[in-house]
Structure formats: C-alpha cells, structure tokens
Design a protein around this ligand. Structure first.
Ligand code: ARG
Length: 588
C-alpha cells in the first residue's frame, strides 16, 4: 500500500503538470508549521528559475487546480510561494480502512528480499552477563525483528566469545582447586564424565578470581596462557573441560536471554571459526595480501581517502596466535559458506569501531565477501548511571544484568500493587512485562550510537516518554474494547468514518504514518524512530480519549467507527512494541 505522502504528492504533482509545470515540483512533505497546515509543498519556489515566474503566482495556480480535490479539505497559496494543505477526513478514513483490512497494516514487503545476518548479544562464556551486554541484546533483537518485518530473511547469531584467554584462566583456576581431576591427567585416554565439575555460580566466581590473580601474578598469567594454548592445540582433557564450561554457561545465557525476550537463531561461537584460519592465512599470503612485519602477519588496509590513520590489520601475532580480528574474518568465511548473506549487521560497543573498520576492509580487500555484500557495524554508546558514569552497582562493582532486571521488576511490582488490589501472581507477571518495557524502551528510544543515562525512576514512570506509558495506553484501549464487547457487540473491523473533531483527526494523522516510519526504521536501522512514533501516537490517542466519551456515545455508527479506530490503534501499537521486543499485559 502506498505511503500517505506519496498519495498526496501524486495529487499535487498532477496539479503542477496540469498547470504546465514539471510534475516533480509537486513533491510534498509534512508541514513544518503544524499550526498553519498539515502538509506543504515548496515546489513553486524551486520552479521560479525555470519558468521565470513569481513563485506565489505558480502556487496560486496549483492551489486553484487542487480546489475540489477530495484528498484535501483545504489548499492555499501563501507568500512567498508555499502551498499549504489540510487533508480531508474522508481521505484519512479511507486510508485507515485499507490499513485495517491489511494484515501487515499497510507495510509492504521488500520486493527484493535479502538474506541478512545480525551478529548481536556477543556474550563471553563464563563471564556473567553484565549491563554492557544489555544494549547489544536489546538493540540487536529489535534490528532483527525490524528487518524481518520488512520482509527479509534474517538470521540472528549470538556469536559467543568462547576462545580467548578467559578459557585458559578458568581452566588454570580449576586445576589449582582440583588438581586431581581426570581432565588434567594427560595419559588418560578414556571417556570424560558427563557432569561438569562446577556449577554456574562456581564458574561465575572462578573467572573473576582467576582474572584478578593473573593481573597480580605473572607466573599465574603464564600458566593461563599456556592452558589457552593447550586448549587451542586440542589437548583432550582441556577440550573436555572447555565443553563443560560452554554447556554450563550456555544454559545460563539462554535463561537470561529468554527473560529479556531475546531469541537467537544461531548459537555460533568464536571457536567455530577457528578451523578456517589456517587456509585463510595461507591464501592471504599466497595471493600477496598478507606479509610479515616485525614478525607479525599483517594486511594493509589504508585507503587514499582516509582522513585518519587506519592501522594495518594484524592477522597473526608474532607468536603465531590468532586475534579477535582473525576470528571475525574467519567467521565471515564461515557465514559466506554456510548462509551466503547479502548483508551482515554487527552490534557492539562503538569503541570497537576501529576493529570493525579493519575487519570489513580486510574482508573486502581479500575477497572474503562479494563486492555487493553489505557489511555494517552498528556501534552503540555506553549505558551510564545517573552520575553520568558507566552503570555500576552501589558499591562500584560491575552490575550484573540479573540484578538490574530483578531490581526493576521489584520496582514495577510495587507500583502495580500500590494502588489497587491485584492477585499477587498476576501482579508478578504484569510487573515482568512492564519492567521489560521500561528497560527496553528506555534504551531503544535513544539513538543507538549515543550514550544514555539509565534512570530507573524515569524509565519506570507511567507518564512521559517511557515503555510503561506506552503499555498503559495499550491497556487502556484494551479495556475500552473489552467493555464494548461485553455489551455483546463485536469489533468487526467495521467502517471508519471521517473524524468529527481535531483530536480524532490528530490520531488518524499519526496512524497513517505507520508504513513510512517502519520503512525509515529499516533503512536507517533505527529502532528509535519507532519509539518516537509510538510516543506521538500514544499522546494523540490519549488526547482523543480524554476529549471523547466513547462508550456512552448514542450514535451507534459513530461509536462503532471509534471502536474500529481504537482497535486499529491497538494493532499498530502492539505491532510496534513487538518490533521493539516487548509486549503488553491485559491489565495493569
Ligand atoms: N564478545 C564481544 C565483546 O564482549 C562482542 C562480539 C561482537 N561481535 C563480533 N563479531 N565481534 O566485546
């Protein structure tokens, strides 16, 4: 279904043409003076030069030609040559009727569906999920859903960090504590136990302990490095331990992500890319891309147009070890081979910008991807506390994601049970949904690349630009619809009449923007566009609601039309929050 602006533009363009001007001057936009009009065309000013005519004269002719056009309620020419328009209620109502009849609410599917891989989450095995990983999960999940809704085939990959020094550290610490474990007996050739020699809580304590020790004690670090190397060489016992670490961690991660309503299609790991490295390195050398420099193997990736220094991409360190970059390059090979995506979108902290510049340039130069494979890094800013510094616990430690979430859940539970009697079990469930909306909306309503302040009080408020406010609005609509249906009537997706008042028209004007907002959110990979849209929509709805006695309206046709409008508003809001990755309760 065409976007509303395209339909309006088409009318204005043919009016320009009918008056003897080039149609292209009729391109119309949303008014930047909403006090004067709803839409505006500035083409008459642009046409001045070509036609050697005063813009106001052109504007007047075109405005004249548009009189009586059913799309508009009002068209006027205004000095020095604007064409100001207000659309007709019938035009809006017709548009909404079509939207209502369309299960995709007027959003067209991409005509050339692409295969898109979204690399997000990026947790590291055995390290507890902390708030730093929250943004990647939240934004990535939304990006995945937006791309999918736009009609593309999307594969979300968690890209677990499971191959670095952290594994060697854990193994070293386990060895110190339980040196007699069979895994450390290098002569052992039998099967290893199914049961892991540690639980997730032990694991989460082991890693930070090991990490701290390695910083204070050089010999300990040496041991950890040696253990990492042994693991990477494939020593059996080390590999079996690593498998335990992985299993225990992944089970925990899955639980955490599912609480966040985040779901990955693939649980691939850095280690899965390792087998590609030897061939990749050999080919890069053979084809002359990679050369040795001070012992390291590097690929130059400078480009003539660079305005800042782009260091070469290091493929292997002088000791022959692979790096984060190497793993990402090899992962690209794996992805191209197994899935052949048209596009890969990576979510990570924006401080990894240089890393991805290097990886992408190197992948392109060494032809790991095709010329038209789109590689995109979506770097996000830091989540700060109210003091403007990276979010921490009260005592200054790293905040665990679970702690953060359960804190917000509690806060929400308190609010929900404060003013009215509710079944505690239902209140718990509701609190979870509302808390998730608070966290996700609080994050997604900011442009991803910006830092933002996680302000619990603000995010959990039922008023203002927050997730709970959006949910509250949806719940309010649901409650009106339920009351309407309780009277034995059905919401049949019936007729939507032209609006009777300004607030109703205002609500309609917001609804018709839906398909263009979704298109924009997709093109710019920008979930925050959806947030600002639903905030405006919720405001427009609440204005209408406060001014209108919907359920006591005596004119049944009018009432049914309002109910249809409400039901459409609800669908648009619920589809939007689904794209953001949360949902609304029945009551709150
Ligand atoms: N594990 C990484 C980290 O915690 C993020 C991974 C991002 N994705 C990637 N393909 N490099 O920083």
């Amino acid at each position: 279904m065409k976007k509303i602006l395209d339909l309006i533009s088409a009318e204005v363009m043919s009016a320009f043409e009918a008056c003897g001007y080039d149609a292209s001057y009729g391109r119309t936009g949303i008014s930047n003076r909403p006090d004067l009009c709803e839409y505006q065309c500035n083409g008459a000013m642009a046409a001045k030069k070509k036609y050697q005519k005063a813009p106001i004269a052109i504007a007047q002719e075109v405005a004249e030609a548009l009189q009586g056009n059913p799309t508009f309620a009002e068209v006027s020419a205004v000095n020095p040559g604007f064409i100001n328009m207000k659309v007709s209620g019938c035009f809006l109502a017709d548009y909404l009727l079509e939207m209502q009849a369309d299960e995709r609410l007027s959003v067209e599917k991409a005509d050339k569906p692409q295969k898109i891989m979204v690399d997000y989450g990026g947790p590291n095995v055995a390290k507890p999920l902390h708030v730093g990983h929250l943004r990647s999960a939240i934004i990535g999940e939304s990006v995945k859903r937006i791309c999918r809704f736009a009609g593309h085939e999307v594969i979300g990959d968690v890209h677990l960090g499971d191959w670095g020094l952290q594994m060697g550290l854990i193994i070293t610490e386990v060895k110190k504590r339980q040196p007699d474990l069979i895994y450390f007996d290098e002569g052992y050739a039998g099967d290893y136990p199914q049961e892991a020699p540690f639980t997730i809580s032990e694991l989460e304590e082991i890693y930070p302990t090991a990490s701290a020790k390695s910083k204070a004690d050089a010999a300990y670090k040496e041991e950890a490095l040696a253990a990492t190397a042994k693991l990477q060489e494939g020593v059996r016992g080390y590999h079996a331990l690593w498998q335990h670490i992985l299993n225990v961690s992944v089970a925990d991660l899955k639980r955490n992500y599912s609480n966040l309503n985040v779901e990955f299609d693939l649980w691939k790991k850095e280690s899965d890319a390792q087998p590609y490295i030897p061939d990749m390195v050999a080919r890069m050398k053979e084809e002359g891309y990679a050369y040795e420099d001070q012992g390291a193997l590097i690929v130059d990736i400078k480009e003539a147009s660079d305005t800042k220094e782009i260091p070469p991409c290091i493929i292997l360190k002088s000791d022959g070890a692979a790096l984060y970059t190497t793993t990402d390059l090899a992962t690209i090979i794996d992805r191209m081979k197994q899935y052949h995506p048209d596009r890969m979108i990576y979510l990570a902290d924006k401080r990894q910008d240089m890393h991805f510049t290097q990886v992408f340039r190197c992948a392109r130069k060494t032809q790991l991807v095709e010329d038209d494979t789109d590689l995109r890094f979506l770097g996000f800013g830091t989540m700060n506390g109210r003091d403007g510094k990276p979010f921490k616990t009260r005592d200054g430690g790293v905040m665990r994601l679970e702690t953060l979430i359960s804190g917000i859940n509690e806060e929400m539970y308190k609010k929900i049970t404060e003013n009215h009697e509710v079944d505690p079990e239902e209140a718990r469930e509701t609190a979870k949904l509302v808390a998730l909306s608070a966290i996700k909306y609080g994050d997604l309503s900011n442009q991803a690349s910006k830092d933002y302040i996680f302000d619990t009080e603000k995010f959990t408020s039922f008023e203002g630009n927050t997730g709970p406010y959006i949910l509250y609005t949806i719940v309010r609509i649901k409650s009106i619809l339920n009351k309407y249906c309780a009277g034995g009537r059905e919401i049949c997706g019936g007729a939507i009449l032209a609006p009777c008042g300004d607030s109703e028209k205002g609500l309609m004007m917001e609804l018709v923007k839906f398909n263009s907002v979704i298109a924009q959110a997709y093109e710019e990979i920008a979930p925050h566009k959806i947030c600002s849209f639903i905030y405006d929509l919720a405001n427009a709805f609440n204005r209408f609601y406060h001014e209108t006695k919907i359920l006591t309206e005596e004119d049944e046709t009018r009432k049914a039309s309002w109910i249809a409008l409400l039901s459409l508003t609800r669908r648009v809001l619920e589809t939007s929050i689904d794209l953001l990755g949360f949902s609304a309760p029945e009551r709150m």
